[in-house]
Design a binder for this molecule. Structure first.
Ligand code: 2AM
Length: 180
């Protein structure tokens, strides 16, 4: 019998963008800001599922395969600090509708399958630091990197040898924007 796995749906960042973000972070934040998120772990969470059984995982994987999401692009032009959760993040000032719709449908299916969803509004972001509970000097702006989302993925969160690693289990393509 398989154990539960800690899963979430997310958008990944291309490897080149991961490198740019990590370099910019190193250049713009003091080392004591918090626990830096590893380059390969940078992502935008769409829906957090928590520790779920293989049965729920199969149900949500089926649902994900039926979603007809649209491709979209956004700019990572926002930055902030949530002292309560200790997260320093970058995000977007103008979240595209296709992103909000994709997260909304995934979160509502997650909730229907018994995965507790936060009551806080969805705020798409890439966590840069965790455990950042002290005041942080936030740079005035980010370089505003563009991000093209052409697929979304289901990830497993693993904790191995003292490190968090996210393993991509499956990805689903996003379609062309239909002309209205
Ligand atoms: P984050 O999106 O703010 O970085 C895997 O753990 C991912 O799911 C992380 O990206 C994490 O936060 C997000 N996550 C973890 N616990 C969560 C929770 N209880 N509610 C919503 N998202 C969560």
């Amino acid at each position: 019998m398989s154990a539960e796995r800690r899963l979430f749906f997310a958008l990944s960042l291309p490897a080149k963008l991961q490198k740019h973000v990590i370099q910019w972070r190193a250049d713009n934040f003091p080392a004591e800001t918090g626990r830096p998120v590893a380059a390969a772990n940078l992502h935008i969470t769409l829906a957090f599922l928590g520790e779920i059984s293989a049965i729920k995982e199969a149900a949500l994987t089926r649902v994900a395969g039926r979603i007809q999401g649209q491709k979209f692009s956004l700019q990572l032009d926002d930055i902030g600090h949530w002292p309560g959760s200790g997260v320093v993040w970058i995000g977007t000032k103008r979240a595209p509708n296709a992103l909000l719709q994709l997260a909304s449908v995934l979160r509502s299916h997650a909730a229907r399958n018994g995965c507790h969803q936060s009551t806080l509004p969805f705020h798409p972001h890439v966590s840069l630091y965790r455990s950042a509970t002290r005041p942080v000097a936030i740079p005035p702006a980010t370089p505003g990197w563009p991000l093209e989302a052409t697929e979304f993925s289901l990830y497993e969160s693993l904790f191995e040898r003292g490190r968090t690693r996210y393993r991509c289990l499956q990805s689903w393509p996003l379609g062309e924007t239909s002309s209205a």
